[in-house]
Design a protein around this ligand. Structure first.
Ligand SMILES: Cc1cc2nc3c(=O)[nH]c(=O)nc-3n(C[C@H](O)[C@H](O)[C@H](O)COP(=O)(O)O)c2cc1C
Length: 203
């Protein structure tokens, strides 16, 4: 391994405060759908999101103060909608603050449709959807927790499903992906390259 620069171009970042606003990282962006105690649907954008391994588990980091967290604790289920780049406004408006009475009237402007196997709503026109049964919540990441769910149903726009007869590059070009560039920027990814995997690599 080459060490010729000796790291002289590196600046140490102060870790006595959160570091995440000091640089950009690439993240997905999803809308987590839950149901408020009065039965009203709630949708909240989340970018700290990941598959939990190679099986059908999904996780995201959430602040316990958010209704999303208490709703999942109570109902034991949540939905996930992956918006298209053209839906950036949806994703941002879903983060509108709640009124003093606790509701988010902006959500009335969202076109939604119901999940099939759980109580919950998806946003219309997204490209990928999951219905999740709450699996485990792990507390203690500072003031945040990791909420995980088992994906018990999944749906995708036919345009984004990989198929033998369509080249992956062409698929991404015709249905661009939403990338959240934390903090506070986004990009539509419509060009991509095949990843150069080592020969004989195993998962
Ligand atoms: C682009 C974007 C990404 C966000 N990502 C997260 C996240 O990963 N985790 C989180 O707890 N909050 C995140 N938030 C903030 C909340 O989702 C937001 O404050 C939401 O309104 C909480 O709603 P709720 O009280 O209905 O759950 C994000 C907000 C925006 C605008």
């Amino acid at each position: 391994m080459s060490t010729h620069s000796g790291g002289s171009h590196l600046i140490e970042i102060d870790t006595s405060a959160p570091i995440w606003d000091r640089f950009f990282t690439v993240a997905p962006l999803v809308l987590i759908g839950t149901t408020d105690p009065d039965g009203a649907p709630d949708l909240a954008p989340k970018h700290m999101v990941t598959p939990m391994g190679w099986q059908n588990y999904f996780g995201f980091v959430c602040t316990p103060a958010h209704s999303t967290c208490s709703n999942i604790q109570r109902s034991g289920e949540f939905t996930v909608s992956y918006p298209k780049p053209s839906q950036v406004l949806y994703s941002c408006l879903a983060a509108s603050p709640r009124r003093e009475v606790g509701d988010k009237p902006i959500l009335d402007c969202f076109a939604t449709f119901p999940a099939k196997k759980i109580e919950g709503q998806f946003i219309e026109e997204a490209y990928l959807y999951f219905e999740c049964r709450h699996f485990k919540t792990i507390d203690g990441f500072g003031s945040n927790c990791l909420i995980t769910g088992e994906i018990i149903a999944a749906y995708a726009d036919s345009e984004v499903l990989r198929a033998n007869e369509i080249d992956d590059q062409e698929l991404i070009h015709s249905s661009p992906l939403f990338a959240y560039l934390a903090p506070g920027r986004f990009a539509a990814i419509d060009r991509s390259n095949a990843f150069p995997f080592p020969a004989d690599m195993k998962k």
